[in-house]
Design a protein around this ligand. Structure first.
Ligand SMILES: Cc1cc2nc3c(=O)[nH]c(=O)nc-3n(C[C@H](O)[C@H](O)[C@H](O)COP(=O)(O)O)c2cc1C
Length: 169
């Protein structure tokens, strides 16, 4: 059965650099895996009071999608030296559910600078026990100017291949 990759974009902007990078990854994954983007902007704000069997339906769906995927790709900009709120919010809903536990992930920060978000994303994903290493993390600085570079495409392809390898284990 075909492997299934779920992609999460940390930017909700129309034609965002990060969503374009995910589109490139979708094209690169053709024939290798099924690729689906999940829109995290519809999730309610995290509230520990609802972080139980009464979680909102959108949250239950989100957790199911993660659990049913063979791997997850997160691609995000940095906002104010941190992760965009919409992404942090989505990840907070997965802390208690262990949805990411042992799940192969690829983590991309594409931003002007992005070092802080890159560090922060890896810290968050480590604490929720996602599985990644240096071959499945990528920081693209000055991202807008690099979107159509051959080097960017090569790096995305390398990352996707490494993720496919991690899915096998
Ligand atoms: C509110 C806001 C805050 C930002 N803060 C940072 C920042 O701290 N570091 C950085 O590298 N880029 C920062 N940026 C720039 C974005 O990360 C950059 O424009 C990125 O390419 C946007 O990605 P997108 O096109 O996928 O939305 C900020 C942008 C916005 C809108």
């Amino acid at each position: 059965m075909a492997k299934r990759i779920l992609a999460i974009c940390g930017s909700t902007k129309t034609n965002s650099t990060n969503s374009l990078l995910l589109q490139m990854l979708e094209e690169l994954s053709l024939g290798k895996a099924e690729f689906e983007q999940y829109d995290i902007s519809t999730l309610p704000f995290f509230n520990p009071d609802n972080d139980n069997e009464n979680a909102p339906q959108e949250v239950i769906d989100f957790r199911d999608q993660i659990q049913n995927a063979d791997a997850i790709i997160i691609c995000t900009p940095e906002y104010a030296f941190s992760l965009p709120g919409v992404l942090k919010n989505a990840l907070e809903w997965t802390v208690s559910s262990s949805s990411f536990s042992g799940k192969p992930v690829a983590l991309i920060v594409a931003s002007s600078h992005g070092e802080k978000a890159f560090e922060s994303l890896q810290l968050v994903m480590k604490i929720i026990e996602a599985s990644f290493d240096g071959s499945t993390t990528l920081l693209i600085q000055g991202a807008k100017a690099k979107i159509s570079n051959a080097e960017t495409k090569d790096k995305l392809e390398e990352l996707l291949n490494a993720l496919m390898e991690n899915m096998k284990q």
